[in-house]
Design a protein around this ligand. Structure first.
Ligand code: F6P
Length: 363
């Protein structure tokens, strides 16, 4: 579709919130209005905004963005992580394919293209919807987990890492003062990026990630070796999805029928205490990593992504996702993105750096 046939685009956020989403929405709106003179419709509550009738939308003008929004965590559009239209939960507990509702909604609103800000799950859903409905679509990657393929960084990751590092900075004095092993459990789903990055930056003695199966005895050896050097405290950081020796992960029932990772830090604390006799304490950082003020890095990435996404729509280069690679904003075919998962490269530079620093990775 050529630029001159576009006059109105939609933007939505989908999946778990994170810091920097509003900066991305702001950039999309600025570029679309100032650069091309288009109208921008914000779709509220992710895909759900177009699945209900009346639809939930809001026209987005530059005036909305004159204030504080660049700095705000969360998403002014709202979001859902249970809004898969191909498997949509109904009030009676069953699910249905309501994808055509979404596609009809795009038509009814007169949208010439759609920009979706989401993680790996959302990219799969939104690109499938776009293909089925022949909707010109561009994706912007966001997720604290940083597990979207083909981009070095997703929006929200940098802020989540900084939050975890701050937690490590706050736990270290208590570890030292009380001669304790302090354990910090962080999010990240099946990718260990948050734990690895925050562990290196926060001076962890032990970093456990899902990509490297851990042996509790190796962790205990590390604690004992620190003791032998005269250090009577330690900092441990673990990803929420590390597997126990049985191969299973630890889940928390959130009361909505969907199990979420959480709580493995407590199992680890008990193991360390049993094996070393150390006094352990566990902090599960949880959703603190998702909210808050976006760091400058997340604001910069989000802003550059938003502008590039609109430029792609204008150039008719759709079915693509914007990405950050080697200091540049680039774009990659969505088909390639959704076929891959970006977890920690266990032979990569950061794992090597951690080993080089003498950090125990549990193996
Ligand atoms: O994908 C982002 C994430 O924060 C994961 O790190 C975490 O496992 C999950 O979402 C938590 O989901 P919810 O917000 O539904 O509890």
């Amino acid at each position: 579709m050529a630029t001159d046939s576009i006059s109105r685009i939609g933007v939505l956020t989908s999946g778990g919130d994170c810091a920097g989403l509003n900066a991305a929405i702001r950039a999309v709106v600025h570029r679309a209005i100032q650069g091309y003179g288009w109208q921008v419709v914000g779709i509220l509550e992710g895909t759900r905004g177009l699945l209900e009738r009346p639809m939930k939308t809001e026209n987005l003008g530059l005036r909305i963005f004159t204030g504080n929004i660049l700095r705000l965590g969360g998403t002014i559009l709202g979001t859902v992580n249970k809004g898969d239209p191909f498997n949509y939960p109904l009030p009676d507990g069953s699910t249905a394919d309501v994808s055509q509702f979404f596609i009809d909604g795009v038509r009814e609103l007169g949208l010439d293209a759609l920009i979706g800000i989401g993680g790996d799950g959302s990219m799969k859903i939104l690109s499938r919807l776009a293909e089925q409905g022949d909707i010109p679509f561009v994706g912007i990657p966001k997720t604290i987990d940083n597990d979207v393929a083909f981009t070095d960084f997703s929006i929200g990751f940098a802020t989540a890492v900084d939050t975890a590092v701050e937690a490590m900075d706050r736990l270290q004095p208590t570890a030292a003062s009380h001669h304790r092993v302090m354990i910090l459990e962080v999010m990240g789903r099946d990718a260990g990026h948050i734990a690895l990055n925050a562990g290196i930056a926060g001076g962890a003695d032990v970093i456990l990630i899902p990509e490297i199966p851990y042996d509790a005895e190796k962790v205990a050896e590390k604690i004992r070796s620190l003791n032998a050097l005269g250090r009577n405290h330690a900092l441990v950081i673990c990803s929420e999805a590390i597997r126990l020796a049985s191969g299973s992960a630890v889940f928390q029932d959130q009361g909505d029928g969907q199990a979420r990772y959480g709580g493995v830090g407590h199992v680890l604390g008990q193991q360390i205490s049993d094996l070393t006799g150390a006094e352990t304490r566990v902090t599960v950082l949880g959703h603190v990593q998702r909210g808050g003020i976006p760091t400058s890095r997340d604001r910069v990435i989000a802003s550059a992504f938003g502008v590039h996404a609109v430029d792609l729509v204008a150039a008719g280069k759709t079915s693509r996702m914007v990405a950050w690679q080697y200091r540049e904003v680039v774009d990659v075919p969505l088909k390639k993105v959704v076929a891959q998962y970006h977890n920690v490269n266990i032979d990569g530079a950061l794992v090597q750096a951690a080993r080089g620093l003498g950090i125990c990775l549990g193996d």
